[in-house]
Design a protein around this ligand. Structure first.
Ligand SMILES: [Zn+2]
Length: 174
């Protein structure tokens, strides 16, 4: 079983922020996965699932239309644990270098009148959206990011030893 880099992270000490989860070097270019974490894992309620879905739609739309960044974006999607999102970008920028992009994207939620792509043709569960709650979570995260922009803890994960099972398998999650 191959090791997944994100699993040396101590989830009991994570605070919200923007973290480099892994950098993959693919021949001549690199791809970086960022964890955009809104909630403290296991220490506060996770994001409401309908709001999470709306944030996924709105911010994906924002990222993929951003004049400076749209060609850099490979993926934006929710974490299964509902505490944040994954962002995958071309290149190997630090998480601090994508701060402005993330801040701008979450600010855009407040200006949204209709969640994009909420038709049965465009979405796997188009009835499961909550724009008002999406705005609430986005505003909370924007305030947090602005208050902590100079705090290194929002850019670097606390580290821990990986879990290893009795038969030597390494455990990974995200
Ligand atoms: Zn959808």
């Amino acid at each position: 079983m191959e090791l997944i880099q994100s699993f040396s992270v101590d989830h009991t000490r994570i605070v919200p922020g923007i973290f480099t989860s892994r950098v993959d070097h693919l021949g001549d270019y690199s791809v970086t996965t960022y964890d955009v974490r809104l909630k403290r894992p296991n220490r506060e309620p996770v994001i409401d699932v309908a709001a999470m879905h709306s944030l996924e739609h709105i911010i994906a739309t924002c990222l993929r239309n951003d004049p400076d960044w749209k060609d850099e974006v490979i993926y934006w999607g929710p974490m299964g644990c509902l505490t944040g999102f994954y962002l995958i970008l071309k290149g190997d920028r630090t998480s601090k270098e994508v701060f402005d992009l993330i801040l701008r994207s979450f600010k855009s939620v407040n200006d949204t009148q209709v969640v994009p792509g909420t038709t049965p043709e465009n979405c796997g569960y188009y009835r499961m959206h909550n724009l008002d709650m999406a705005k609430w979570y986005a505003n909370e995260f924007v305030s947090y990011l602005e208050a902590n922009a100079e705090n290194d803890d929002i850019y670097e994960y606390p580290k821990t030893e990986r879990l290893v099972t009795d038969d030597g398998q390494h455990f990974f999650d995200s």
